[in-house]
Design a binder for this molecule. Sequence first.
Ligand SMILES: [Fe+2]
Length: 364
Amino acid sequence: MNAPDLNPFKLTTLFVQELEMCRVKPGTRIVLITDLKTSHDYVSAAFAAAEQLGASIYEIKISRPFNNNMIASQGGGDTIAGLPEVIAAVEAADLVLVFHVALGSDWLQNARKRGTRFLLIIDGPDELERLMSPPGLKEAVTYAGELARRSREMVVTSPAGTDFRAQLGKLGTVIQYGYADEPGVVDTWGGAHFSTWPNPGESEGTIVLQPGDYWILPYVRVFEDEVRLTIEKGVIRKIEGRGADRRIMERFLQEHRRGPQDTDPYCVSHLGWGLNPNSIIDQVTLVGNQIHRIASHTRAWPGVFLFSTGPDDQGGGNNRNPAHLDLPMFGCSVALDGRTVIENGQIVDPRMIVKQTAPLRVAG
Ligand SMILES: [Fe+2]
């Protein structure tokens, strides 16, 4: 594993900046939900930052490690589901910092409805510094999310043969701009994308994953071979390809069926794109299979189209199958209700373009 470049003593400064963006003030009540893999440096930095800002803070550590690649086998972060006293503490907090992916969990959804705001912290120190929300990102992501929310059709094409359309409007849209500043929001430090769920059963066409596109979940790798997905009525009906990627994908989806006729793992899930100009495009080729160094960079890359499969319950649907593929695709064009917003992987709507504030967009 590559050691982080960031001086660990800078972490407190980063946490102060991040907590200030999360509107932490004197008297704010903060709870950390950590696990056996959470960095002690992060906990110490959060404590020091909260003290500096006059907030109260304490840690609840769950008694096992959490593997952020394997959300499928961990119930989408149901880590405290059987612990009512912990849930009560979460619901009493203003801000909860969760150090694993908890997005599919009922405890998080219930607490947010009561006003608790959540910030997931999953990335490594270098990524937290590099991807900290730049000026204008919140406005750009909010605008993109609103556009998706109001649209009724998304069309995605690419020179490689992607030709896909999804009907929108029946399920939800969620946005992430990198900090949790409003009651009930759930965000990720380093997050810079939105997710909209297509109407169940109402997406059609072809998705062509090309060599150089990425997997984030459940594996962290670069596609080495072309994989062609044929989608009918919201379900992947055919997976074609000649290499390892096709075989890995087929096996993963097949094994998550709950019976021979179960199509839930094959359903189209959230769609969206990234907007952070400071993300690095070749991170996975630089640092390899390290989810905490890849996940936010690849989802946040401006103009990357994120295609995913499996559960849609986070968007209000009924599919709770835990098999979840997150597949960022480069070079796609995207139109909402006939209006092009991304052309060959570049954002063309000026309201979604955020000024770059960190050097280079490749490994430096
Ligand atoms: Fe996802």
